[in-house]
Design a protein around this ligand. Structure first.
Ligand SMILES: [Fe+2]
Length: 193
């Protein structure tokens, strides 16, 4: 199924906070680079729309896992945290986190992309990705505490800063961590070209 169609189907699952979600996503889609950003500079999905593709993959995987082992969690919460956990990677309006590198003349002549394809925008004030995600979301959308925890600690114990949440994870946090890892390391494994 085409990416934008998969994306729309997911967004349609947000019912209770629909109006706020429409307004948030309108801001995200028109004012930030969310719809065009890659998911990384040189690793998984370092291509245009990579961030959107990754977010959709995570949401679809999260919904499948939760249907099997935690059906009491709402589809709405799953979609909100999965689609927006990496929103910080889009950067700020007019200041994307990732900037496209230009290929050298030689790379152009042989039809190669620049290597690495993107670089980090150092004009952006440093914030970790989850922090920027929360900064962008919370001014416009009422997340629950569980949703905040899931987004804040979605990298799990891969990131040292996350030691404090160890053993205190809510179900949604654990599921988002797993869906994120599965999407990156399995579904998107060969996605860097
Ligand atoms: Fe992610």
């Amino acid at each position: 199924m085409e990416l934008m169609h998969r994306y729309q189907k997911l967004k349609d699952k947000v019912i209770i906070r629909r109006q706020e979600f429409i307004e948030l996503m309108d801001y995200v889609e028109t004012k930030t680079s969310y719809l065009t950003s890659p998911a990384s500079t040189r690793f998984h999905l370092c291509i245009e729309r990579g961030l959107l593709e990754h977010s959709v993959n995570v949401a679809e995987n999260l919904l499948k896992i939760k249907a099997a082992i935690a059906p009491e969690i709402s589809d709405e919460s799953c979609v909100v945290v999965a689609l927006l956990h990496d929103l910080g990677k889009a950067g700020m309006p007019n200041h994307p986190q990732y900037i496209k590198n230009e290929p050298t003349e030689k790379q152009k002549a042989y039809g190669y992309r620049a290597n690495p394809p993107y670089r980090f925008n150092d004009e952006l004030t440093y914030l970790s990705v989850p922090l920027r995600s929360l900064y962008l979301i919370l001014r416009r959308f009422p997340l629950t505490e569980e949703e905040v925890q899931a987004i804040a600690y979605h990298d799990g114990q891969y990131v040292e800063d996350n030691r404090s949440v160890a053993t205190h994870e809510e179900k949604l946090t654990l599921l988002l961590q797993y869906a994120d890892s599965w999407s990156c390391f399995v579904d998107e494994k060969n996605s860097s070209n």
